[in-house]
Design a protein around this ligand. Structure first.
Ligand SMILES: Nc1ncnc2c1ncn2[C@@H]1O[C@H](COP(=O)(O)OP(=O)(O)OP(=O)(O)O)[C@@H](O)[C@H]1O
Ligand SMILES: [Mg+2]
Length: 281
């Protein structure tokens, strides 16, 4: 492909991305700084919460080298394309895209940043998302290329920063907040995940990773504190089995937390958009 053809292909792909984005009302990026703090768990459960409220919701697995979204939905099918357009997986009414649907299980993705960014771009340009109320992007840990690509191409309305209460996670979440600010994502919220563990034997609350780090961080940076989600062994067991606590145990504390957080995000996006409209008049 010569330089002119490459430029043309790029412009066509950007045009398709714009068309995709124009049909998605609200876009959310979930990131953290530190690994293993619960980004994918949060992304999947927020998507469920929004879908249960009646919103048409999609989830884009932007973690190209460690894609876990499909596993948490219990999906092990292959992605298929119809007339050159990729058809998202469907589960409980949600639309889901993950590179896991193309990979052979156990196969590593050994790609440099530009390749990973291209894959994310394709998830926006070549996927039949249709019309969505919400699209949630689950990002890998850190503040790398994937977040830049999501910021530039998906143009999120809201950045959800996930942290555990402990200091090493909060320090990394601080970087994530600063990155979201630099990328001019209009609204930012912090979730403190794995916030205390309710012992099923003695019923005492044990602060495995400390407590309060998420709220202090949100206050220090003047961003919204979305809430704390406790550590619950059912979350881990259910997600390992491709099930959501929102469906299986809707009355649990964790399910209630996710519902409340989803509601807060919806309200915040709505008021940010209203303010923007007001400022433009
Ligand atoms: N509130 C919770 N209670 C119990 N287990 C949890 C909770 N949140 C997450 N987990 C478990 O912790 C593990 C890590 O969660 P998850 O994969 O969502 O983290 P992550 O931030 O997406 O990780 P990575 O940085 O690798 O993408 C999973 O096994 C998940 O089931
Ligand atoms: Mg993850």
């Amino acid at each position: 492909m010569n330089a002119q053809d490459k430029q043309k292909a790029f412009e066509e792909s950007e045009k398709r991305i714009s068309e995709t984005i124009s049909k998605i009302k609200n876009r959310i990026a979930v990131f953290s700084g530190k690994g293993g703090v619960g980004k994918t768990t949060v992304s999947v459960n927020l998507a469920f919460a929004m879908q249960l409220e009646g919103y048409v919701t999609g989830i884009l697995d932007a973690d190209i080298t460690g894609p876990n979204v499909a596993k948490m939905f219990g999906i092990d099918d292959r992605l298929v394309a119809h007339e050159n357009v990729i058809v998202p997986f469907r589960k409980h009414g949600l639309k889901i895209i993950s590179i896991a649907g193309i990979l052979i299980p156990g196969q590593p993705v050994i790609w440099r940043g530009p390749m990973r960014s291209r894959a994310i771009g394709q998830f926006l340009s070549d996927v039949d998302w249709g019309t969505l109320d919400y699209l949630i992007a689950d990002l890998p840990p850190g503040t790398g290329d994937e977040i830049l690509t999501i910021a530039q191409k998906m143009k999120p309305d809201y950045a959800v920063i996930v942290t555990t209460p402990q200091e090493v996670s909060v320090i990394d979440a601080e970087r994530a907040i600063n990155m979201a600010k630099e990328l001019e994502i209009p609204a930012i919220g912090v979730i403190e995940n794995m916030s205390g563990f309710l012992c099923p034997v003695c019923n005492n609350k044990i602060d495995l990773f400390g407590s309060g780090g998420g709220r202090t961080l949100a206050d220090n940076y003047d961003v919204e504190f979305l809430g704390s989600v406790p550590t619950d062994i059912d979350v881990r067991i259910l997600s390992d089995n491709g099930k959501s606590i929102l469906h299986e145990k809707p009355d649990s504390k964790v399910a209630q937390c996710f519902n409340q957080i989803a509601h807060k995000i919806e309200q915040c996006i709505h008021s940010t958009q209203e303010n923007k409209k007001y400022a433009q008049t």
